[in-house]
Design a protein around this ligand. Structure first.
Ligand code: ATP
Ligand code: MG
Ligand code: MG
Length: 289
């Protein structure tokens, strides 16, 4: 009789998993340093294609669709698995965070929205026009476009969504972090003034940029609402990955993007590389000469 010895599976040490954006119920821990994210077809298609693209080292490894409690999930690498008490930052890339098709949809049934008007006034009482004030309501497309001007999305082509530092402090209140100096302050806080970490991030972002410029996938997709996930820890390792492809859609046939040309409705440009250029420039100026 043959006795098989059981496989030895070395589980990584447990740590509280951290999620900086999205709905809390959308993620579950998986085995072997993987995680489950609530299924979205768009994301499945992107991650599958990315596994065969030059961008593969810059996205979480993807293992297909799995079911748990009758719900479908995309199974992917947990990017925090190799870190010890990591510091994490989610940076949402691009000069807008809605798709062209969402804008078209918002226009289909033009309706004055009082709820959006009230949200706008709560943030900035001076934002509504005289007409909007008289109507006590605004149209959704106008609200969507106004919202992008609050953060650095419209002016720098990226915005910080959240930061969790190794000491446990977490900040997801960057909705009005707009100006270069404010962004620099937040980035400096995130790396805790560590120049070495800053250098590693800068190097990784430059590598990513040159791979993006050559990627077949990137050229052929409108990339909206996707983030760069920054992760470092006390051991000195610092890495960046692209995550969240729930709003990354293939372009109409024959159309390609350079991701830098300013957006005009119909050209699908998303400002992703323009934002990355700005981010790289900001990090560069934070390093001593
Ligand atoms: P939203 O669209 O509102 O940004 P979402 O539900 O699409 O949210 P993601 O943005 O993909 O979710 O992820 C939310 C957070 O979960 C990220 O900010 C990050 O903290 C964490 N996260 C996502 N994917 C991974 C991953 N592969 N490894 C580690 N952490 C991840
Ligand atoms: Mg996200
Ligand atoms: Mg998303």
């Amino acid at each position: 009789m043959v006795h098989w010895s059981p496989f030895v599976v070395s589980f990584k040490k447990r740590y509280p998993w951290v999620q900086l954006a999205g709905h809390a119920g959308n993620f579950h821990a998986g085995e072997y340093g993987r995680l489950l994210k609530r299924y979205c077809e768009c994301e499945q298609l992107c991650l599958s294609k990315l596994m065969g693209d030059t961008l593969r080292p810059y996205v979480p490894g993807y293992y297909g669709v799995v079911q748990r409690d009758e719900q479908d999930y995309n199974l992917m690498d947990d990017l925090l698995a190799d870190f010890d008490s990591p510091s994490i930052m989610d940076c949402k890339m691009g000069s807008r965070t809605y798709l062209e098709e969402e804008l078209l949809k918002a226009r289909e049934l033009p309706r004055l929205r009082r709820d959006m008007y009230e949200k706008m006034v709560a943030v900035d009482p001076g934002a509504p026009t005289d007409q909007e004030r008289a109507q006590q309501g605004i149209l959704k497309p106008r609200y969507m476009q106004w919202r992008e001007t609050l953060s650095s999305t419209a002016t720098l082509g990226f915005r910080i969504e959240g930061i969790k530092r190794a000491d446990g402090t977490c900040n997801t209140n960057f909705k009005k972090t707009k100006h270069r100096e404010q962004v620099m302050q937040a980035l400096g806080d995130f790396v805790d003034g560590n120049i070495q970490i800053l250098k590693l991030y800068l190097q990784r972002l430059k590598e990513l940029r040159s791979v993006l410029e050559k990627s077949q996938f990137f050229r052929a997709h409108e990339v909206v609402g996707s983030s760069l996930l920054f992760v470092h820890d006390a051991s000195g390792q610092a890495r960046v990955w692209m995550i969240d492809f729930g709003k990354t859609v293939p372009l109409p046939a024959l159309l390609t993007l350079d991701h830098r040309t300013p957006w005009m409705e119909g050209n699908h440009e998303d400002g992703y590389l323009w934002g990355l250029d700005n981010l790289i420039d900001i990090l560069s100026t934070m390093l001593p000469p």
